[in-house]
Design a protein around this ligand. Structure first.
Ligand code: GUN
Length: 289
C-alpha cells in the first residue's frame, strides 16, 4: 500500500478537544451552555447508533444534549408541533431531526419547519441559499468535515480538479459548491457525477481529488482512480457484517497518494462539525436576544 491514511478519528478528536475548551470559555463568559435537541422517529438501527454517538460527543464537549425518541407511528402533524416547541424553547440552540424519517412523513416539510437559526444540519433552504452565495450561516456537517480532512491532509485544492460521485442534498451537492467557490481549501474546478454520467471511469480518472458519496459498497475500483489522487470515501455500507465504504480500499490505496478509511475517516468528522455548529447556534441565539 502506498497511500497515506487520512485519519479522521484522530483529526476529529483533536477538534473536539479544542472545542471543549472553547465551549467552557463560552459558557463561563456568557452563562449559557449550548444545547442540541435531536429528534429520532422510529427504530432505524443505524439512526439509533448515530444519535447515541452524537449524544455522547455533546456530553464530552460540554454541550447539553436532549434526545427525543418518538414512536414510528408519530404523525407528521405531531412531529411539526414537536419541532415548533423546540423552535420556541430558548434553552435549545440546535435542532437535528435524524434522517431518514418514516415513509408517511414528508421529509422536506419537516426540515423546512426547523428555525433557520437552529438548523445545525444546514438543511433549511435559507441556509442552503446563504451557503450557495458563499456567505454561510452554518456549514453542513459532512461536507465541512470533508473540507477539513482535505485541508488537514495538506492537499492543495486551489485549481485542482475535484470529482464528486453523488449529487445528494446532504453531501454531493453542497461539498461540490463549497470546494468550487472562492476561499481557503476551495477554488477548485468541480465535476459532480451521478447515475446518468457518461464514461464515468474516464471522468473519475481525471480527478486530483475524488470524493465518493453514492452509498454503493466498494463501487470505486482501482481503474477509476488516477495515480496519486487523493480519495475521500463518504460511504458507510454494511457488507457481510462488515462496514465498507464506497471505495475498494485495498486496491485503490495501492494507487492513491492519500485516502480516508471506513470507518474512521469522514464519519467522526461529521459529529465534530455538528458540535461546532451547535456552539455557533448558541452564539447566534445570544446575538439575536
Ligand atoms: N442521517 C444521515 N446523515 C444525517 C445527517 O447529517 N443529519 C441528519 N439529520 N440525519 C442524517
Amino acid at each position: 500500500m502506498s497511500a497515506r491514511i487520512i485519519d479522521g478519528k484522530l483529526i476529529a478528536a483533536s477538534i473536539r478537544e479544542r472545542l471543549r475548551d472553547t465551549v467552557a470559555a463560552f459558557t463561563q463568559t456568557t452563562g449559557v451552555t449550548p444545547k442540541l435537541a435531536a429528534v429520532l422517529v422510529g427504530e432505524d438501527p443505524a439512526s439509533q447508533v448515530y444519535v447515541r454517538n452524537k449524544e455522547q460527543a455533546c456530553t464530552k464537549a460540554g454541550i447539553l444534549s436532549e434526545v427525543h425518541r418518538l414512536d414510528e407511528a408519530t404523525t407528521q402533524a405531531d412531529l411539526l408541533r414537536f419541532v415548533a416547541r423546540l423552535n420556541n424553547d430558548p434553552s435549545v440552540h440546535g435542532i437535528l431531526v435524524q434522517l431518514p424519517l418514516p415513509k408517511h412523513i414528508h421529509q422536506i416539510t419537516v426540515l423546512d419547519a426547523i428555525h433557520p437559526l437552529k438548523d445545525v444540519d444546514c438543511f433549511h433552504p435559507e441556509n442552503v441559499g446563504l451557503l450557495f452565495q458563499n456567505r454561510p450561516r452554518f456549514l453542513p456537517c459532512t461536507p465541512q468535515g470533508i473540507q477539513v480532512l482535505i485541508r488537514e491532509s495538506g492537499t492543495a485544492v486551489n485549481g485542482a480538479h475535484v470529482v464528486v460521485l453523488g449529487r445528494s442534498e446532504i453531501v454531493g451537492k453542497p461539498v461540490g459548491i463549497m470546494l468550487l467557490q472562492k476561499g481557503e481549501t476551495a477554488n477548485a474546478t468541480v465535476t459532480i457525477c451521478h447515475r446518468g454520467t457518461r464514461n464515468l471511469p474516464e471522468v473519475t480518472r481525471s480527478a486530483d481529488i475524488l470524493i465518493a458519496a453514492i452509498g454503493r459498497p466498494e463501487f470505486v475500483t482501482q481503474d477509476m482512480v488516477r495515480k496519486d489522487a487523493v480519495v475521500i470515501d463518504v460511504g458507510i455500507n454494511r457488507q457481510n457484517n462488515k462496514l465498507v465504504g464506497d471505495v475498494a480500499f485495498e486496491s485503490v490505496s495501492q494507487i492513491a497518494s492519500a485516502i480516508t478509511p471506513v470507518p474512521g475517516g469522514v464519519g467522526p468528522m461529521t459529529i465534530a462539525m455538528l458540535l461546532e455548529n451547535t456552539l455557533s447556534a448558541a452564539r447566534l441565539a445570544l446575538k439575536n436576544t
